[in-house]
Design a protein around this ligand. Structure first.
Ligand code: G6Q
Length: 547
């Protein structure tokens, strides 16, 4: 495929954009009392209201034509069938196989990967059970009370986000902690309060070569030795999750204590694999499998539903509409759920690492804008922070609101207020507030017409700011699995339209190497000279001050 901008549907969308760019959603709602029911749908336990978007039936038809011209349907089939669509790394993209609940085989190079997937899930189940029932104990015979995940990026963000989100499903006897940063304060402050005799480390790294993870794992091992004096205790306190059994063994972890996964699992798509072991230890294997089941339900929906009622396709296409035709450079995710406080961090990686690309699949520079900057955070907190800019700033920022209709505490008033705020924000962004409405308010407050005019423009809201509303009954493992898979597939849809490879990450690989030269120079005695004067100057300062 050439650039999407050369496709007839792209031109049609540009023409259409010129025709409707000044239309208001306020008017569209007034004209069509059925707008909500026409532009809302359910799938895999999630409900999507996409009626508050700047679109018509024609917009959606044009976007679907674009998807057809980009052969989206065939790309979906190719991903699920295990084709090596991550062509720059010559890898299949099969996180969907990790949560495949059907009996169907999934082939890579002619071999069914499902027996291996089920074998590892069973190994995780047995291990989780033995930790929970106390069969697996620390080297001094005490039960495990604390699990520390040592990993970074895809080997950290997914397990961390899900573990936080699933707090209401957690086993009270097992606490989970996460160490990722090379900054020693992360390790020191996490381990400080822990008892080494009851702590289990999960060293999670696909490659088992990542500087941060390996350095943190070695320091954790040293801490364990210092605390217990037991050099032979590693086997009871360190397990690994990796694709690299040789490196795991070299680190001193018994391969029997290694949980395997495969090169067709991308790091940022890996929480469904044994990388989710910390999740499983925290919430139990049954709930972990509910998470997989929710994702699988969304996979089946994505794979089979026609595009006009396909949730990830609709969200992906609307994202294209704003990114490429309205020029929206950023996009906000706003979960009204404190348990989802890490969702935006997680999605930043999955979206921005996947679609932050500027080379097309044809090897040439892309000619259209690709992945937007994703940001956001939990409401209602952020209403008191950055929402101002979304309401009255100069940027158009499409947003996704996410909220569960039922809360998980007895404090029902809190939950009602939470949901009310969420719905009210979406309504306000859509409607805005006109000058006349402001005047009516100010008059009612007793303000003179003269004083009103000084304030009126400041208190107006332009509105017409688009949002999606994603609802679920409760934040359960199943629904969270479906939600994460929804975003994964949305990202896939957009990568296909932009004609980029969403599954490599050369920028991350660059970062893994960049610091190594400087590190050796910092450790050496010689003044570095081969850099620019700024880098040389900074290194010089470090050498003087850090002695
Ligand atoms: C994810 C990225 C990246 C990766 C980390 C950790 O898609 O490739 O975030 O997950 O760099 O890599 P390891 O798991 O190999 O330590």
């Amino acid at each position: 495929m050439t650039s999407p901008s050369n496709l007839p549907s792209w031109g049609a969308l540009q023409t259409h954009y010129e025709q409707i760019k000044n239309d208001t959603m306020r008017a569209s709602f007034a004209d069509d009392p059925d707008r909500f029911s026409r532009y809302s749908m359910s799938a895999a336990g999630l409900f999507l209201d996409y009626s508050k978007n700047r679109m018509t039936d024609q917009t959606l038809a044009n976007l679907r034509a674009l998807a057809d011209e980009c052969e989206l349907k065939s790309w979906i089939q190719r991903m699920f069938a295990g084709e090596k669509i991550n062509f720059t790394e010559n890898r299949a993209v099969l996180h969907t196989a990790l949560r495949n609940r059907s009996a169907l085989p999934v082939l890579v190079d002619g071999e069914d990967v499902m027996p291996g997937v089920r074998r590892v899930l069973q190994k995780m189940r047995l291990f989780v059970r033995s930790v929970h029932n106390g069969e697996w104990r620390g080297c001094t015979g005490k039960r495990i009370t604390d699990v520390v995940n040592i990993g970074i990026g895809g080997s950290d963000l997914g397990p961390y986000m899900v573990t936080e989100a699933m707090v209401d499903f957690a086993c009270p006897d097992i606490r989970a902690h996460f160490i990722s940063n090379i900054d020693a304060s992360d390790l020191v402050h996490t381990l400080g309060p822990l008892d080494a005799e009851t702590t289990l480390f999960i060293v999670a790294s696909k490659t088992y070569t990542t500087l941060e993870t390996m350095t943190n794992a070695k320091s954790a091992r040293q801490w364990f030795f210092d605390e217990t004096g037991k050099q032979d205790g590693v086997a009871r306190h360190f397990v690994a999750v990796s694709t690299n059994s040789r490196a795991v063994q070299d680190f001193g972890i018994d391969p029997a204590n290694m949980f395997e996964f495969w090169d067709w699992v991308g790091g940022r798509y890996s929480l469904w694999s044994a990388i989710g072991l910390t999740i499983a230890l925290r919430i139990g294997m049954d709930y972990f499998e509910d998470l997989l089941a929710g994702a699988h339900a969304m996979d089946e929906h994505f794979r089979t539903a026609p595009f006009h009622e396909n949730m990830p396709v609709i969200l992906g296409l609307l994202g294209i509409w704003y990114r490429n035709f309205f020029g929206a450079a950023t996009y906000a995710v706003l979960p009204y759920d404190q348990r989802l406080h890490l969702l935006t961090d997680y999605l930043q990686q999955s979206d921005m690492e996947s679609n932050g690309k500027s080379t097309g699949r044809d090897g040439r520079p892309v000619s259209v804008d690709t992945g937007p900057i994703l940001w956001g955070g939990p409401g209602t907190n952020d209403q008191h922070a950055f929402y101002q800019l979304i309401h009255q700033g100069t940027h158009l920022i499409p947003a996704d609101f996410i909220v569960a209709l039922e809360g998980d505490t007895n404090l029902t008033l809190h939950h009602r207020m939470l949901v009310a705020n969420c719905f009210a924000q979406a309504e306000a962004l859509m409607k805005g507030k006109t000058a006349d409405e402001v005047r009516v308010e100010l008059s009612a407050a007793g303000m003179s017409p003269e004083d009103q005019e000084k304030l009126v423009n400041h208190k107006c809201f332009p509105g017409n700011r688009p949002s999606n509303m994603i609802l679920m009954d409760k934040l359960t493992p199943h629904n969270l699995g479906a939600l994460i898979a929804l975003y994964e597939h949305k990202i896939f849809v957009q990568g296909i339209i932009w004609n980029i490879n969403s599954f490599d990450q050369w920028g991350v690989e660059l970062g893994k190497k960049l610091a190594m030269t400087l590190l050796s120079e910092m450790e050496g005695e010689q003044q570095p000279e081969q850099h620019d004067s700024s880098t040389n100057g900074l290194l010089g300062l470090y050498k003087i001050r850090a002695r």
